[in-house]
Design a protein around this ligand. Structure first.
Ligand SMILES: Cc1cc2nc3c(=O)[nH]c(=O)nc-3n(C[C@H](O)[C@H](O)[C@H](O)COP(=O)(O)OP(=O)(O)OC[C@H]3O[C@@H](n4cnc5c(N)ncnc54)[C@H](O)[C@@H]3O)c2cc1C
Length: 452
């Protein structure tokens, strides 16, 4: 008899896990998946590119569908919402969002892939639902709505609350509509979770030169307006006039369902998993944004909500169900951003995060040119590596350039995962070809610059 695998949520983690499972073996497994949206596998990562018209056809942002997954043998229930799981008797309860009919299904193994939802702060005198010109960014429908709203002529001032990578990407996209665009954030620097001030300043300057405004270091407390429309945002420092507010202040795991159940959760609600994506309950896996992943540096369960981790955890969980015993040793939170031609990539801990984690750190920073002068293609590269003072183990790296230096950060991700000392990079073999780089690589240089 076939084993029944039930999936809760089908976006990135769910899609990859279902495809992997059924592509490898659809004889022994029956897959049933419940998804509350009317689509699956939408790449939210492409929303800013769609808004800014780099992506012309939003259908390209879907890399699978109910039809494709059903062709592999799965049964996908779209517009159906999971309401409860009885872990003891292995039963999932769910309802059809169109008819409100209730259903239940048993399972042999359960994969929880219900992801995350955008975080919305509490306002002093109103609720999110009270306003018609505010929105969060996550789904296909959100993106479509934002594009239509930006086309309105009465929308002149757009406020983006949150200066993380989503808010920063959106600011560039919104500005293309000729709107006065302001990023508001509680912390003093944009992107400060991933980058040190040298790098965040580079990006801020570049964006400011294109007319983007910043209202940083101030907390949004309230929204004010009339006729259901926000007209100003009240922070603890000032009042900022606005015609449209986009919230991009981070994601929170979609796990209310499991509060007060036997499923163990991290403090922020993420489902605790081991390195095989198994939860504390037998035959129950959790993957993607609703789950923890091990941090390569601390070797502790952490919450790093990224599509890259979602697809990796989805794949490894599928292989584990198939009996291959795969594991993810850890993640380093590698990330990238590319705005107005400035590319920034980072991995591991930045200075602030390293200090917060209790490390006594040293850092090495260099500025270099990507190619020899005779190539006449100037591209400055800035590179910073953070390492533990005593053990000299690499803890993090950040890079910025107008050149595409993105592949460089993968090496640092491996260096962190493999517990590499900064000194091991001094004479590591990097190729040289004038079309690409200089005879002496800046990664060698940054290591040589470190005091013994
Ligand atoms: C604007 C934006 C840009 C981003 N850019 C990047 C990027 O460039 N790089 C990167 O690595 N990451 C990026 N991310 C993060 C990335 O999108 C997430 O990490 C990824 O979506 C996680 O995938 P997931 O499948 O785990 O969860 P989700 O995408 O959250 O999917 C969970 C699914 O579960 C469904 N669901 C939830 N509750 C229920 C329920 N009760 N019943 C049934 N179904 C349910 C949801 O409808 C959803 O389809 C971005 C995110 C956003 C919002």
């Amino acid at each position: 008899m076939k084993k029944k695998i039930v999936f809760l949520g089908v976006n990135h983690a769910g899609t990859v896990a279902i495809s992997t499972l059924l592509e490898k073996n659809n004889r022994d497994y029956e897959v049933l998946a419940i998804e509350k949206n009317d689509n699956c596998s939408f790449l939210g990562c492409g929303i800013a590119l769609w808004i800014s018209n780099v992506v012309k056809d939003p259908n390209g942002l879907f890399y699978s569908s109910k039809e494709k997954l059903e062709k592999l043998g799965a049964k996908i229930y779209l517009k159906h919402e999971v309401s409860k799981v009885d872990f003891k008797n292995k039963i999932v309860f769910f309802k059809d969002l169109n008819s409100n009919r209730q259903y239940q299904t048993s399972y042999d193994k359960l994969v929880i892939s219900i992801g995350s939802k955008p975080f919305v702060p509490k306002f002093r005198s109103s609720k999110f639902e009270d306003w018609s010109n505010i929105i969060t960014v996550k789904t296909y429908d959100n993106a479509k709505w934002i594009i239509n709203y930006l086309k309105r002529e009465d929308v002149k001032k757009v406020s983006i609350i949150g200066g993380g990578y989503i808010g920063v990407e959106l600011a560039e996209a919104v500005k293309m509509y000729g709107k006065e665009t302001t990023i508001i954030d509680a912390v003093p620097k944009i992107l400060q979770r991933y980058y040190d001030p040298e790098f965040t300043e580079l990006m801020t300057k570049r964006m400011a030169a294109k007319g983007i405004k910043f209202e940083l270091n101030q907390l949004v407390e309230d929204l004010k307006g009339r006729d259901g429309k926000v007209t100003s945002i009240k922070t603890n420092k000032k009042e900022i006039e606005t015609d449209f507010v986009i919230f991009a202040i981070g994601a929170t795991p979609n796990t209310e369902l499991f509060k007060n159940t036997e499923l163990k959760l991290l403090g922020n609600g993420a489902i605790l998993t081991n390195k095989h994506q198994e939860t504390n309950i037998k035959d129950v896996y959790a993957i993607g944004d609703c789950a923890t992943i091990y941090n390569s540096i601390t070797n502790k369960a952490d919450y790093i909500a990224l599509a890259s981790n979602a697809v990796r955890t989805g794949k490894s969980a599928a292989y584990n169900i198939l009996g291959r015993n795969d594991l993810i040793e850890g993640a380093t939170g590698s990330n990238a951003i590319s705005i107005y031609g400035l590319n920034m990539v980072s991995t591991g801990l930045n200075t602030e995060a390293a200090k917060r984690s209790g490390f006594e750190i040293e850092e090495s920073y260099i500025e270099s040119e990507q190619k020899p002068d005779f190539m006449n293609e100037p591209h400055k590269v800035e590179l910073k590596v953070i390492y533990d003072k005593k053990s000299r183990l690499i803890l993090g790296a950040q890079m910025a350039s107008t050149y595409d230096i993105s592949m460089g950060i993968h090496m640092f991700s491996l260096a962190i995962a493999k517990k590499t000392k900064i000194d091991e990079l001094k004479y590591l073999d990097f190729f040289f070809l004038p079309r690409f780089n200089q005879p002496f690589n800046y990664i060698n240089d940054v290591a040589l610059k470190c005091p013994d």
